[in-house]
Design a protein around this ligand. Sequence first.
Ligand code: 6PG
Length: 239
Amino acid sequence: MTEARVHRFGSPADAARALAAEIARTILQAHAARGKVTVALAGGGTPRALHRILAREHRELPWSDTHIFWGDERFVPHASEQSNYRMARETLLDEIEIHERNLHPWGTDLLRPEEAALDMERELECHFAGAEPRFDLIVLGVGADGHTASLFPASPALRITDRLVATAEAPDEPRQRLTFTLPVLNNARAVHFLVSGADKRAAVECALRPGQQPERCPASMVRPADGTLSWWLDEEAAP
Ligand code: 6PG
């Protein structure tokens, strides 16, 4: 992996707009090269602005050939206000021309998290025709504790190397989570962290300059082996 690229902006909106332009470039390049684009979105609240800009200022993208996954999800119904799927629908997917078959949400309406994890693993194996999943781009956020996706500090999921997904336990509600594992994140062609707010600065610092205990800062363990890693930060989150 080449060194992480760190981009600093005066505001969260500026960071989101710049990342949206980079995502647009990546989607167009991937579409030209392979005719199909595969993206994983982040959850939480930060991506809202990014999604709205993509929906309003990048409608021309080949969304009909773009497949959308989520790097993680809370084990709540899709209709829940805490659902990352619902957030993406409201801020992006309901605003663009994209077919339902291109959306690959976690099966949180299934009975148990383990079932939803197995279901997603099968979905990934099918979408990537049995090859190691290689996303064209993955967007991630960071928690103040250094977690990313639903990979939390000291989580056993951080050591999984033979599975594509894992269930996880969050320190806050909703506690039951589903997440891609590091092998999937680190096999992406491009990973983009979008982070804003002073409460995230220490986590960003730790992720960019990991110490001897990377498992204390899972975001520091996202280092694409054959891809690019970029940080899109507002001035409050930037070290
Ligand atoms: C989630 C996310 C999680 C998020 C960070 C930052 O499901 O909550 O995937 O990893 O990216 O917690 O969340 P905010 O953007 O809300 O600060």
